[in-house]
Ligand binder design. Structure first.
Ligand SMILES: NC(=O)c1ccc[n+]([C@@H]2O[C@H](COP(=O)([O-])OP(=O)(O)OC[C@H]3O[C@@H](n4cnc5c(N)ncnc54)[C@H](OP(=O)(O)O)[C@@H]3O)[C@@H](O)[C@H]2O)c1
Length: 236
């Protein structure tokens, strides 16, 4: 029975991913939430087990506590981990970046996924997958044609972490994944700032693509790379 852990599942892409995996037969879906009471009900298919666990990205000890709790509930392996939870409000030019906001983004978007990785590795068997949620904002090749320095730097780190973990852990398929520009709170906020009504891609379209990328990923094809939701490789 495959076990999938996703963080930040109460809304946006995390919720979309949770709904999609809850329809995959005989899967255990672990929903990582900073507040387990905020998760909307999701429809679970046949043989699906859904477990909620507190994972607060603001507390670097939280993933270890979550793993202890999961082990006490009989979870002894994680086949897929998706480090999805993040914040994305630190925009603007480098010379003007609000440093306290950047520090918060650094903690939530970089330290927390690293803490999650460290806590999960002991439970990850050969061939398991660790997915680091990245963004087009991470792409160094796009500098200086972007105005999201603070957020972009944190997502650039996700690419680094993904590649490092790929080489460090031969048993783990590790890659960063960009979801596209998606209609979520975060995506639509950025769209409005850019003068658009909403982001161009629906959650369903992005999630369908990401689930396929994750299913297709092997150590030889996507591991160590920055992938996009449409199965293409992203620039660094
Ligand atoms: N939407 C896009 O266009 C887009 C594009 C590129 C990359 N991404 C990436 O895709 C991922 C999901 O983004 P999204 O668009 O779904 O964002 P979203 O709608 O803003 O949702 C963010 C999720 O992260 C959780 N989160 C934030 N701070 C947390 C904390 N301290 N502890 C635990 N959970 C926390 C939120 O939980 P709460 O409800 O409790 O705050 C929420 O579930 C992120 O990594 C984002 O950077 C999104």
């Amino acid at each position: 029975m495959p076990t999938v852990l996703i963080t930040g599942t109460n809304r946006g892409l995390g919720l979309g991913l949770a709904k999609a995996y809850a329809q995959q037969a005989d899967t255990t879906v672990i929903l990582g939430l900073r507040n387990v009471d905020t998760m909307p009900e999701i429809k679970a298919g046949q043989g699906i087990k859904v477990i909620k666990v507190k994972i607060d990205s603001g507390d670097i000890g939280s993933p270890k506590k979550a793993m202890e709790e999961l082990k006490s509930q009989g979870i002894d392996k994680l086949d897929i981990v998706i480090a999805n939870a993040a914040i994305g409000d630190c925009f603007g030019a480098l010379s003007e970046v609000d440093l306290s906001s950047f520090e918060e983004h650094w903690r939530i978007n970089v330290l927390a996924p690293l803490a999650l990785y460290q806590a999960c590795v002991p439970l990850m068997p050969e061939g398991c997958k660790f997915v680091w949620m990245s963004s087009g904002a991470s792409i160094i090749d796009r500098v200086p044609d972007k105005t999201d320095a603070g957020y972009g730097i944190t997502k650039c780190c996700m690419n680094y972490l993904a590649r490092y973990a790929h080489f460090e852990q031969p048993k783990i398929i590790s890659f960063s994944l960009s979801p596209g520009w998606v209609q979520t709170d975060m995506g639509d906020r950025a769209a409005i700032l850019s003068g658009m009504d909403k982001a161009p891609i629906t959650v369903e379209e992005s999630v369908e693509g990401m689930v396929k990328v994750i299913a297709d990923a092997t150590k030889d094809n996507y591991s160590g790379l920055h992938m996009r939701y449409n199965s293409t490789q992203s620039k660094w």
